[in-house]
Design a binder for this molecule. Structure first.
Ligand SMILES: [Zn+2]
Length: 398
C-alpha cells in the first residue's frame, strides 16, 4: 500500500467508575498511534479513527485503589489479546508440525509426540488463562494500585464505602471446556496406541513407518544430487533378497519414483540453479496376506536423470542410487490405517484446541462490560484538588 503515515502520541487521564465499589479513579493513559493511507489526508483520517477508538474502548490494566478490583473491560481486553495469540499460534504451528511429519524429514512417529506436546502446552495455556481470576487477591491488587499512586500514574478521585464483589464477571473454565481440551490431547497419540495394540512392526527408515501387504511406503536414498530447479525423473526397482524365507504366493514388490520432465530452455532464479534433491523409491508390498509378520530384505535402486548446471546452460546428468533395507510387514492394510489415524487424530486435536480458543474469545467478549469512563486532559491538575471525602489510605476490604 502507498505509504502515507500519520502518528500521534496521546496522553490523558482515563477515569473509571469501579463496578464493585462505585469509587472513581483515574490512570495516565498513553498511546502512540499510527494511521496509514494512500494520501496524507487519508492517513490523518485513519489516525483520527484510531485515536477515537482508543479513547472510547482501549483501557489499561489498573485496579481500583479503593477495593482492588480490576474492571471487567480491563480483564476482558487482556484476556482477549492473549487468546488472540493462542488462536494464531495453535493452528499455524500445529499445521506446520503435522506437515513436517507427513512430508518426511522428521519421523512421523516422533512427530506424534512433538505435536501432542505442543497441543498439551496450548491446552494448558488456555486453561491457565481462563482459570486465573485477576480479582482473586484484592489486597495484592490494592498494593499494586498504591505503587502506581506513588509513581503518579494513578489517582483515587472519590472513594465509596460499598462493595459488591459479584459484579466483576470472571467466567472461569467450565468442565465441558476442560473435558474438550483433555480429550483433544488424549486422542492425538492414537496412531501409536493402535500400532502398539496391533503389534504392528515399526520400520523407522520408511515413510510412513508401518507397511502391510497392499500398502505403499517411501524409502529415501542416503545421498542426493543437485539439479536445476530440483527437476528430476527416475526409474526405480526393488528386489527381494531373501525369497526362500517367504511363504508361497505373490512376493513381488513394486517400485515407483518421481517423474519429471523438462526440455529446451529452463528459466531459473539464481537461487534455484543448484537445488538439492534426495531420490526415493515408493515401495508397494504385494497384496498377499501370508506375508504379514514376515521380515523381508529388499534391495532398491533409483536411476535419476536431471538437468545440471554447465557454464551458463545445463546438461542432462544421470546418477544411480542403491539402498538395502529390511522391512517387517504388518497385517494387510495396516500401513494405510496407521497413516489415516495419524493424520486424522493430530488434525482433530489441533482443531479442537483452536475452536475452544475461538469460543472462549467470543465468550470473553460477550461477558465484557464497559466500565463508565471519562477522559480528563493532563493539563487539568490531578491530585491537587482531591474531593473532601478522600480517605488517607485505601480502606482494607474483606
Ligand atoms: Zn472499587
Amino acid at each position: 500500500m502507498a505509504g502515507y503515515k500519520a502518528t500521534q502520541t496521546i496522553t490523558l487521564w482515563k477515569q473509571h467508575q469501579c463496578v464493585a465499589c462505585a469509587s472513581h479513579y483515574r490512570y495516565l493513559f498513553t498511546r502512540s498511534l499510527t494511521g496509514q493511507g494512500g494520501t496524507a489526508e487519508k492517513a490523518q483520517e485513519a489516525l483520527t479513527q484510531t485515536i477515537q477508538k482508543a479513547l472510547e474502548s482501549d483501557v489499561d490494566f489498573q485496579p481500583c485503589p479503593n477495593c482492588g478490583t480490576y474492571q471487567p473491560d480491563m480483564t476482558a481486553q487482556r484476556e482477549r489479546s492473549r487468546l488472540f495469540w493462542h488462536f494464531l499460534l495453535t493452528p499455524i504451528v500445529g499445521t506446520i508440525l503435522i506437515i513436517m511429519g507427513a512430508a518426511g524429514g522428521v519421523r512421523p512417529d516422533t512427530m506424534v509426540w512433538v505435536t501432542t506436546a505442543f497441543a498439551a502446552l496450548m491446552a494448558a495455556w488456555l486453561y491457565l488463562l481462563e482459570s486465573r481470576n485477576p480479582n482473586a487477591d484484592l489486597r495484592a491488587n490494592q498494593n499494586t494500585a498504591q505503587k502506581a499512586i506513588n509513581a503518579g500514574k494513578l489517582v483515587l478521585d472519590q472513594a465509596q464505602a460499598g462493595y459488591e464483589p459479584g459484579r466483576t464477571n470472571h467466567g472461569g473454565i467450565s468442565p465441558t471446556v476442560l473435558g474438550a481440551l483433555a480429550l483433544a490431547v488424549i486422542v492425538m497419540p492414537a496412531a501409536k496406541l493402535i500400532r502398539g495394540l496391533g503389534g504392528w512392526p515399526l520400520n523407522p527408515t520408511l515413510h510412513f513407518p508401518v507397511i502391510g501387504p497392499g500398502d505403499t511406503s517411501r524409502l529415501e536414498m542416503e545421498s542426493g544430487f543437485q539439479s536445476v530447479k530440483g527437476i528430476w525423473t527416475g526409474d526405480a526397482s526393488v528386489q527381494v533378497a531373501n525369497p526362500k524365507d517367504l511363504p508361497p504366493g505373490d512376493s513381488r514388490f513394486a517400485a515407483s519414483t518421481n517423474k519429471g520432465s523438462w526440455g529446451g530452455t529452463i528459466r531459473v532464479k539464481s537461487s534455484e540453479k543448484n537445488s538439492s534433491r534426495t531420490p526415493y523409491v515408493d515401495i508397494t508390498a504385494p497384496n498377499n496376506p501370508a506375508l504379514a509378520g514376515k521380515t523381508i530384505e529388499l534391495k532398491t535402486k533409483v536411476v535419476a536423470t536431471y538437468p545440471k548446471m554447465l557454464g551458463s546452460g545445463y546438461t542432462d546428468s544421470r546418477s544411480t542410487f542403491e539402498r538395502a533395507v529390511t522391512v517387517k510387514l504388518a497385517p494387510p492394510g495396516a500401513g494405510a490405517t496407521y497413516k489415516t489415524i495419524w493424520g486424522t487424530t493430530l488434525s482433530v486435536g489441533i482443531l479442537i484446541i483452536t475452536v475452544v480458543g475461538i469460543l472462549t474469545w467470543r465468550a470473553v467478549g460477550a461477558r465484557s462490560r464497559n466500565t463508565q469512563t471519562r477522559l480528563i486532559p493532563t493539563e487539568q491538575p490531578a491530585a491537587s484538588a482531591p474531593p473532601p471525602n478522600l480517605p488517607p489510605a485505601p480502606p482494607a476490604q474483606a
